[in-house]
Design a protein around this ligand. Structure first.
Ligand SMILES: [Zn+2]
Ligand SMILES: [Zn+2]
Length: 168
């Protein structure tokens, strides 16, 4: 990012407190963090910062457009510093990991409503729900394990592993 966090705050007329700066740094270091995670990161960054101060800072930064708040269904709100580019999110149903997807057409709104009912549409926010690569692998591995191993046993060293005969 070209603009320093202090300048970002000043340009938006927000007082650059140590807490707000720590919250900004925390979110930019780890996109899509929850408020609790921000609190942890900020605490290890500047020491004492109350949860309430973190929530307050997040609210101010979101209200001023420096941070974006997304709230996937069934998950805590998440924060990111990638704002104003109309990007979307891939969300894993299993581990709740969130990653960015660029806007489908490059500018907002990237979806046409089938019926805008007279609304002036500025933005379309898309959440793609599914399963991340790690969770797909985990699922595959666990289904192989449970279908081929009838009783729990310690895993053999890799070189002894062989494909078990297919049950008929
Ligand atoms: Zn996952
Ligand atoms: Zn994002």
């Amino acid at each position: 990012m070209s603009v320093s966090p202090i300048d970002q705050l000043r340009e938006n007329g927000i007082q650059a407190t140590a807490q707000r700066l720590a919250v900004l740094r925390a979110v930019s270091s780890q996109p899509h963090v929850t408020a609790d995670e921000v609190a942890e990161i900020a605490q290890s960054d500047i020491g004492a910062i109350s949860r309430q101060a973190v929530y307050d800072a997040l609210a101010v930064l979101v209200a001023n457009g420096l941070l974006r708040r997304i709230q996937p269904e069934g998950s805590a709100a998440r924060y990111e510093d990638r704002v104003n580019d109309n990007h979307h999110h891939l969300i894993c149903r299993d581990c709740a990991r969130v990653v960015d997807v660029d806007c489908a057409v490059g500018s907002a709104p990237c979806l046409e409503a089938s019926d805008d009912q007279g609304y002036e549409i500025e933005e379309a926010e898309v959440a793609y729900w599914g399963r991340c690569p790690e969770c797909q692998t985990k699922l595959l591995t666990s289904s192989i394990d449970s279908s081929t191993l009838n009783q729990p046993r310690p895993r053999k060293p890799r070189q002894e592993e062989s494909i078990p005969p297919i049950k008929t």
